[in-house]
Design a protein around this ligand. Structure first.
Ligand code: AMP
Ligand code: MG
Length: 409
């Protein structure tokens, strides 16, 4: 059995980097920037008001207070979206709405709440303004000519907003991986039809397709292949042609019908490992024509854990991600999580919550059998239990978070 870290490192060293695409902003979410972005415009593009109120000359408001307001003559009104046509001269003010450009002559805004309008053409200012009050300067957000985002930035919703504000309609990003998913097994059937004796439904393919979508990849359904070495080889070859990577499930352990291993061997690329982990001990891996193939184990929990540990980091790296691993945190076990020493790292499915002092706390999410997918679905993370007797209630352990801690737990 090989240590987890060694197998992970071998895979990360073997997978290629995908190319660069220009994509419309609508497809940028979750992609990684391939070039750094230099702003060609400033944001905001003009000085404007952050408040509804009056644009004034700050010096005119010297000494103003609620008890001794200062009267200014209102010479105009300026909503957002209009260019100023009149300037503010001494003793004057312009009624102005949030986002409207600062009129010439004015250097401060007095909030409407600090004023009292008298008639059509006068306003009483009850506060002394400082030059710059409530004014958003040109380039206060982004200065033209500066780097906005470095190459390697993972684009979230706010990034998309910044790109739009700078007038960009497309952006150079690392390509998303197109990833095929093939299930193998004579016992597998799909959908609601009645199961014949010995049959089960294919859960891995929909699950792996969903995991890929969640990782920002483009999933490609390669269907189910029967346990037939030549058939599996052909289906793999088709996947290799169409995809940047291929995931299979089943057929990689030491059973007599484990033909994924055999197919990879026939393609001349098999690297088969028994990884010192539980679940997900067997893994077949190989790269054909720069297309990595991940032969994941068949048991659904093993399939998911193997995807998380081996495929997901590799696929993220291929798509230019800088952060490829799930976060790992220290947590307290709320119950004993005992195990037998067997030379493996155990990855127990756990519910994670944060207690009142902000510490992560975990309990097992259900039965730990590697076919029990419901306990996986209930889990927020994988507790990493190193070889040995496990942990007692109250002990600290490491947890790999698959999603945010759940306050309901
Ligand atoms: P194998 O590695 O092919 O021997 O499969 C190990 C276990 O996982 C067996 O119990 C299979 O029936 C089960 N299995 C394999 N593939 C799938 C699948 N796509 N969905 C659900 N269970 C599967
Ligand atoms: Mg099988």
């Amino acid at each position: 059995m090989r240590p987890l870290a060694e197998v992970q490192a071998e895979i990360l060293a073997a997978v290629p980097h995908l190319g660069v695409n220009r994509v419309p902003l609508g497809e940028a979410l979750g992609a990684v920037m391939a070039e750094s972005l230099i702003a060609r415009e400033s944001v905001p593009p003009f000085a404007n008001t952050a408040m509804d109120g009056y644009a004034v000359r700050a010096a005119d408001t010297d000494g103003a207070s609620p008890a001794a307001p200062i009267r200014l003559r209102v010479v105009g009104e300026l909503p957002a979206g209009q260019a100023p046509t009149v300037a503010v001269a001494a003793g004057e003010a312009i009624r102005i709405m949030t986002g409207a450009p600062m009129p010439a002559g004015a250097d401060a805004i007095v909030m409407v709440e600090r004023t009292e309008r008298v008639g059509d053409d006068s306003v009483l200012v009850q506060v002394r303004a400082q030059s710059g009050d409530h004014v958003r300067p040109v380039g206060g957000d982004v200065v033209s000519g500066t780097t906005v985002f470095d190459a390697g930035t993972l684009l979230g919703a706010a990034h998309v907003g910044v790109l739009a504000t700078l007038g960009l309609s497309e952006i150079a990003v690392h390509a998303r991986a197109r990833v095929g998913v093939l299930s193998t097994g004579d016992e597998l059937v799909e959908g609601p039809r009645r199961l014949a004796p010995g049959q089960i439904r294919d859960s891995n393919r929909p699950m792996l397709l969903a995991l890929l979508a969640d990782a920002g990849c483009e999933p490609v359904d390669l269907g189910v292949a029967r346990d037939d070495e030549a058939l599996i080889t052909r289906r793999l070859e088709r996947g290799i042609e169409r995809c940047d990577a291929v995931l299979t499930s089943g057929g990689v352990s030491v059973g007599d019908y484990d033909y994924v291993k055999a197919a990879l061997e026939r393609l001349g690329v098999l690297r088969w490992s028994q990884v010192a982990i539980r679940p997900a001990k067997p893994l077949a891996f190989g790269v054909v024509d720069a297309t990595p193939i991940f032969g994941l184990p068949g048991n659904p929990v093993s399939s998911l854990v193997s995807f998380e540990l081996f495929a997901r980091p590799a696929l993220l790296q291929m798509s230019g991600h800088r952060v490829i691993h799930r976060p790992e945190v220290a947590a307290i076990a709320d119950e004993p999580m005992l195990r037998r020493a067997d030379g493996k790292l155990h990855l127990d499915r756990v519910r994670v919550r944060v207690d009142d002092s902000g510490r992560y706390r975990v309990v097992r999410s259900g039965t730990q059998a590697s076919n029990a997918l419901s306990a996986m679905a209930a889990a927020d993370g994988l507790a990493l239990l190193p070889d040995g007797p496990g942990v007692e209630a109250g002990d600290e352990l490491r947890v790999m978070l698959l999603r945010a801690a759940n306050p309901d737990h």
